[in-house]
Design a protein around this ligand. Structure first.
Ligand SMILES: Cc1ncc(COP(=O)(O)O)c(C=O)c1O
Length: 375
């Protein structure tokens, strides 16, 4: 494919450095929960301005560990319907009942009024998700609301490495944040996740949960129902290398986004508005389609006629409409449903050239003109 929707960025010197670090781990035999992971935790916490970071096996396990540590078992967790399966699944696996709330098409994140309307004495936590790397300008108000009601705010920051709002990093607005290093993410680790927090009790619980609930690394004495949620040293070496590139990656993504911004209005696309005080990592470049344009037909045309991949919506089917969550489905959620049906994500990754970005714009222009009643 000439322009895929996403692509990992591992320059040759990074690959050499990663291999050297893995070689060290193979030589010493310290292959999990070792010095590379600890170094990564310290650097990740520093970059996101938190006291602590705990490296784990995935973004999903990061969320489940946080929610287990907060003891949501038997209580409610509020989850925005426009998110990835894992946000809600982690709450269910931690023993909670999920309450889906609507989302605001302007931010693609939680609808603050709908969260407020669904807080109850049974609510243990609210999970905010930074879709596409954008931190909703309503997040500080949500944090205040949660604090006033004695409810934990958790951030699913799987999309938001390095993102900030008003100078404050993703993952620091509530009790803890969860990041993912899945290969499509802004930092790719193969697999992996990270918990950031200032809460020492949560850190202690997370250390226990990630290692089969063991009270200590060396003894088989289990105090919590944990699992194998450890990050291996080879994965830590990959993530550490990507962390060193994070600001460069974000700058490259922002430059491409700016190029798209300059062109999409003329195409009739409406990009997600990024507030002036938001530092968006542009995990995704998100835009709403003009009325009357069929997304599936546009994606097919872009693929077949121009060899451009527009896959990877965030997300197309909201969670209250997913069969697996039928018992929590509740009511229609029009904001989340509109988001799911009407946006596309343009290809975006640090190595995307200006020429290819321009080719995406020109191809979209041709495709939409051929399809659209709006021109
Ligand atoms: C919003 C969101 N939450 C959670 C996850 C889960 O992360 P992981 O795939 O690392 O388990 C992902 C990533 O796929 C995600 O996009």
């Amino acid at each position: 494919m000439r322009v895929p929707p996403a692509r990992v960025s591992f320059p040759a010197e990074d690959r050499a450095e990663i291999l050297a670090r893995i070689d060290e781990a193979l030589t010493t035999g310290q292959l999990t929960l070792g010095p590379i992971g600890r170094e990564l935790e310290a650097a990740f916490a520093k970059r996101h301005s938190t006291q602590h970071a705990v490296a784990v096996s995935s973004g999903t396990s990061a969320l489940e560990i946080i929610l287990r540590a907060l003891d949501v078992d038997g209580r409610e967790v509020i989850v925005p319907a426009n998110t990835f399966f894992a946000t809600a699944a982690a709450a269910v696996h931690a023993g909670a009942r999920v309450v889906f709330v609507d989302c605001d098409p302007e931010t693609m994140a939680f609808d603050l009024a709908d969260v407020e309307a669904h807080l109850s004495p049974a609510t243990a936590a609210v999970v905010a998700v930074h879709i596409g790397g954008l931190i909703s300008p309503d997040l500080p108000a949500l944090a205040k609301l949660c604090a006033a009601r004695g409810v934990h705010l958790v951030e699913d920051a799987a999309h938001a490495h390095g993102s900030a709002l008003g100078g404050r990093s993703a993952g620091t607005f509530g009790v803890a944040g969860a990041f993912s290093f899945y290969p499509t993410k802004v930092m790719a680790g193969g697999e992996g996740g990270m918990i950031v927090t200032d809460d020492e009790a949560l850190v202690d619980a997370a250390h226990t949960y990630r290692d089969q609930g063991k009270g200590s690394f060396l003894a088989n004495f289990h105090t919590r129902l944990g699992a194998n949620w450890r990050m291996s040293e080879p994965h830590a070496a990959i993530v550490q290398s990507q962390l060193g590139r994070l600001d460069e990656f974000i700058a490259a993504r922002q430059a491409i986004a700016k190029r798209y911004d300059a062109a999409v209005d003329d195409l009739g696309l409406r990009p997600l508005h990024i507030p002036a005080d938001a530092h968006c990592n542009y995990y995704k470049y998100i835009a709403y389609l003009p009325d009357g344009i069929d997304r599936a037909a546009l994606k097919q045309k872009m693929r077949e006629q121009f060899d451009i991949g527009l896959s990877g919506e965030v997300y197309d089917t909201p969670l209250h409409m997913q069969p697996v969550f039928a018992e929590f489905a509740g009511r229609p959620l029009p904001g989340a449903e509109l988001i799911g049906a009407r946006h596309v994500c343009l290809p975006l990754y640090p190595s995307l050239s200006e020429t290819d970005a321009d080719y995406v714009v020109e191809s979209l222009s041709t495709a939409l003109a051929e399809m659209g009643p709006f021109k």
